[in-house]
Design a protein around this ligand. Structure first.
Ligand code: F6P
Length: 373
């Protein structure tokens, strides 16, 4: 498809980066509709994160009111994404079949200038916003929008996608409760969240689990056994455990495997639920134990209404930043208001559950949820 980039209209390039997340399409639609109602704008989508401008052949698509109609309801991202590589670490296949990562940030900058793109809107998590900051340092006009089911960005009260993941995890707990009760079993549900325990904590409270294990509170397996025994002694006959994939034992080690994709900086977390099962059995738990790993189901499907609203408002605010040439900022949610913060602040630290001060941890403990501490 041929585009005419020499029109007078102002041009925005939208990028979705990192793992997909329910609500990405609602942000895209929010930007496009805001631009369309403002006036002479053209919005383009870069295919597969920045790769659409990093590969030998440019791959970007026009985003029009017509092409984004109704997409706020759809999960995933209509312009695709990737969670490895990027402008500073672009994977290139060598003639001997091996891979090398290459810095293509200058190529990206040149292509943006050649195309007359006025500003990039980069929708992504912490890794993506670090890329936003580094591109801004190179002089690329850029605005960030925070996304992740993990809710682990510190400058925003919530990221979109999180509530949908919590809803899916909670429905999983609800379902496991009925089968656990029917069979007098112990069920372990492993949920996502990387180094943050937000999904586990919310799902455990909402679903009524007896045990919640999060990365921020290293667990002692014996304490979990004690809670299971107490639960069975109450004649309840079953027990539900929610464990975050990034949970650590007292040795502080996470469970997972090395990344396989070139340019992927993250260890692939997974398997801590099975590990816990073996630990419980080794400590004498004789009840039937079953493990469910919820995995990518938490990232798929339609966003809940909350995430659609938040994502749409984020998109509309991102457009305002672009319109007013307020670059190097990330959109954020702060005490019910949509605001923006400097990108530097957005990537400074992560948002983790604070076991000492979290009112949710306190509430959970008050109602009998054990954390293994
Ligand atoms: O960051 C979002 C997330 O879904 C994490 O919760 C999870 O650990 C990771 O991405 C999974 O990544 P991948 O899609 O590469 O398996």
């Amino acid at each position: 498809m041929q585009f005419n980039f020499y029109t007078m209209s102002r041009k925005i390039l939208v990028v979705t980066g990192g793992g997909d997340c329910p609500g990405l399409n609602a942000v895209i639609r929010g930007i496009v509709k805001s631009a369309a109602s403002d006036g002479d704008w053209e919005v383009f989508g870069c295919i597969e994160s920045f790769n659409g401008l990093l590969k030998d052949e440019i791959e970007i698509v026009p985003l029009t009111e017509r092409s984004v109609a109704g997409i706020h309801v759809q999960g995933g991202t209509s312009i695709k994404t990737t969670n490895h590589g990027g402008p500073f670490q672009f994977p290139v296949r060598q003639s001997d079949g091996s891979w090398k990562v290459e810095d293509r940030s200058q190529l990206l900058k040149k292509r943006l200038e050649d195309l007359g793109i006025e500003c990039v809107v980069n929708i992504g998590g912490d890794g993506s916003q670090r890329i936003s900051l580094a591109l801004s340092d190179l002089g690329v006009p850029i605005v960030g929008v925070p996304k992740t089911i993990d809710n682990d960005l510190s400058s925003t009260d919530f990221t979109f996608g999180f509530q949908t993941a919590v809803q899916i995890a909670t429905e999983a707990v609800d379902k496991l409760v009925t089968t656990a009760a029917s069979h007098n079993r112990v069920f372990i549900l492993e949920v996502m969240g990387r180094d943050a325990g937000w999904i586990a904590l919310h799902a455990a409270i909402a679903g009524g689990a007896e045990v919640c294990i999060i990365p921020e509170i290293p667990y002692d397996p014996q304490k979990i056994v004690d809670r299971i025994n107490q639960r069975y002694a109450q004649n309840a006959g079953f027990c539900n455990i929610v464990i975050a994939e990034g949970a650590k034992g007292l040795d502080g080690k996470v469970t997972g495997s090395a990344p396989t994709a070139v340019g992927d900086p993250n260890i692939k977390l997974g398997g801590v639920g099975d590990k816990l099962k073996l630990q419980l059995q080794a400590l004498g738990v004789e009840h039937d134990i079953r493990v469910t790993v919820l995995g990518h189901l938490q990232r798929g499907g339609i966003p809940v209404a909350y995430d659609r609203v938040l994502a749409t408002a984020f998109g509309a605010h991102a457009f305002e930043l672009v319109k007013n040439r307020k670059y190097r900022r990330m959109v954020a949610y702060n005490k019910t208001e949509i605001v923006d913060v400097p990108l530097e602040d957005a990537v400074k630290s992560a948002n983790n559950v604070n076991p000492e001060t979290s009112s949710l941890v306190r509430a959970a403990k008050n109602i009998g949820i054990a954390f293994g501490d």
